[in-house]
Design a protein around this ligand. Structure first.
Ligand SMILES: NC(=O)c1ccc[n+]([C@@H]2O[C@H](COP(=O)([O-])OP(=O)(O)OC[C@H]3O[C@@H](n4cnc5c(N)ncnc54)[C@H](O)[C@@H]3O)[C@@H](O)[C@H]2O)c1
Length: 454
């Protein structure tokens, strides 16, 4: 039987000529030269930026030519990262929030990485595109409003440039093994998926000294941590504020933007208690933050419907005590994976009505990328997946080729935030997704993590 998905895929193949015109293939003939050195600049050298810097410093094909940050203490920490790697500190741009524009005037840049607070991503990407930068890696998320996402998509098309959101969870080892299993049809046709961001961020939102560890971090001290910016989003916004770690991996498994797309969503937000209780327990009722009314519900759940009939359940849960978990579940007509209890069930292969230890399957279906590069992932951050996301970005830039995840992925995944905010504010109404590919989702191919190269 030909499913709608096969049909769409087949059109994709027979329309290979057509697909040359599609917006994924904006750059000229790929350059097969892979020994190029990429001249990279980093905007935002905070905790995440320093992680990218230390990984880039390990690569022989990358030279960091400039960095920009507006916080002297972060620049000092960054200088130590260079020192530790035995490399000189590159040009530094600092002094005011728009100092990065001077960095963008540098002539010799091949690529930039943006690792600033969320609200800076879209403006910085747009300025970088206007400056002619062809490879732009941005930390999650892409933008704040729906308009931000459209603006970035249109500007990237206009400039024939690549914008890759550095969604590292797509490269998690178990996630990639499951992707491999999905592609080999182990779970049958995929029907339902789940994911989310379930991470107790109370200590980060109120800087309890655990991030960063050490001095200078009194409870509620906004200096020198994500508390400087992340907390404000919980004060003013109610929706799934951080969807991409949960959605990216499952979107790749069901070919979103490549024969499939998100059609609509509906979000529900619970009452908000966690942050207030935390402030009371740490700072007492007279603490200034005890008067703040937080908009963000403690648990936000979003249901997404896809063009090929799958449903996705996304969860955002950052205000309550809980162990970290992204809560993945991938379920098809023959079986399913659940990451919380690390279990897999495949009808016919597993004992009837009994879970298998997922590790047995992970080992068997270990992704070729992990098999090839696992040595390079040592101490790379987040269990090694941070290596791959930078690797994919740099290798694409060296080849003048499309990035493994592109601007359409970034836009579709990140747009969940403003769409879920709309749904919540309208009493959980259904909200339609825009089609950032303008119909090209029917023809595009899923090239993510094909083979063992990048
Ligand atoms: N993918 C992941 O696993 C992961 C992990 C942590 C953070 N992140 C993302 O990385 C980004 C940064 O987070 P972080 O934890 O590094 O936060 P952070 O607060 O440690 O760092 C942000 C840095 O940006 C700098 N900055 C702010 N405005 C600036 C401007 N106008 N010009 C130049 N620099 C500016 C700040 O001074 C700070 O050093 C966020 O988008 C966050 O969501 C991703």
């Amino acid at each position: 039987m030909t499913t709608r998905r096969d049909f769409v895929r087949n059109i994709g193949l027979t329309a290979a000529g057509l697909s040359l015109l599609h917006p994924n293939n904006l750059l000229a003939t790929p350059d097969p030269t892979t020994d190029r050195k990429i001249r990279l600049a980093i905007i935002g050298a905070g905790f995440r930026g320093q992680n990218h810097i230390s990984l880039a410093l390990r690569r022989t094909d990358t030279e960091i030519v400039a960095i920009c940050d507006i916080d002297d203490r972060m620049l000092q920490r960054t200088a130590n990262v260079f020192k530790k790697a035995g490399k000189p500190m590159p040009k530094v741009f600092t002094g005011d929030p728009h100092a990065y524009r001077k960095l963008l005037e540098l002539k010799e840049l091949d690529a930039i990485i943006i690792a600033t607070p969320w609200e800076w991503h879209a403006p910085m990407i747009l300025d970088a595109l206007a400056a002619g930068i062809k490879y732009i890696g941005t930390e999650v998320v892409l933008g704040i409003t729906l308009q931000d996402h459209w603006d970035v998509v249109h500007a990237a098309q206009q400039q024939k440039a690549h914008v890759m959101m550095l969604e590292n969870v797509c490269y998690r080892r178990d996630v990639m093994a499951v992707l491999n299993m999905v592609r080999q049809n182990v779970f049958g046709e995929i029907v339902h998926l789940q994911g989310g961001y379930q991470h107790d961020l109370r200590g980060i939102k109120f800087n309890d000294g655990s991030n960063p560890p050490g001095p200078g971090a009194e409870f509620g001290d906004k200096a020198f941590s994500e508390a400087r910016w992340r907390t404000e989003h919980s004060v003013h916004r109610n929706g799934d504020l951080y969807p991409t770690h949960g959605i990216g991996p499952v979107a790749m498994m069901i070919d979103i933007n490549r024969g499939n797309r998100f059609v609509s969503l509906c979000s529900f937000s619970s009452k908000t208690r966690g942050l207030h209780e935390y402030i009371l327990s740490k700072g007492g009722p007279s603490h200034p933050s005890a008067r703040v009314n937080f908009a963000l519900g403690d648990v936000v759940t979003t249901n997404i419907k896809c063009a090929n009939g799958e449903t996705i359940l996304l969860q955002h849960d950052t205000n309550l005590p809980r162990p970290y978990s992204l809560g993945f579940r991938v379920q098809g007509t023959k079986g399913l994976w659940m990451d919380v209890n690390k279990s897999i069930y495949v009808e016919g292969a597993s004992k009837n009505d009994e879970w298998d230890q997922a590790q047995i399957w992970y080992d068997k279906y270990d992704h070729p990328l992990w098999r090839r590069w696992s040595k390079d992932t040592e101490n790379a951050g987040h269990g090694g997946m941070d290596f791959f996301v930078l690797h994919g970005f740099i290798e694409a830039a060296k080849r003048n080729a499309p990035t493994p995840m592109d601007v359409y992925d970034a836009a579709a995944w990140s747009a969940i935030t403003p769409l879920s905010e709309s749904s919540v504010s309208m009493g959980n109404e259904r909200v339609d997704f825009p089609d950032f590919t303008s119909g090209q989702w029917m023809y595009r191919k899923n090239d993510f993590a094909r083979g063992d190269d990048y």
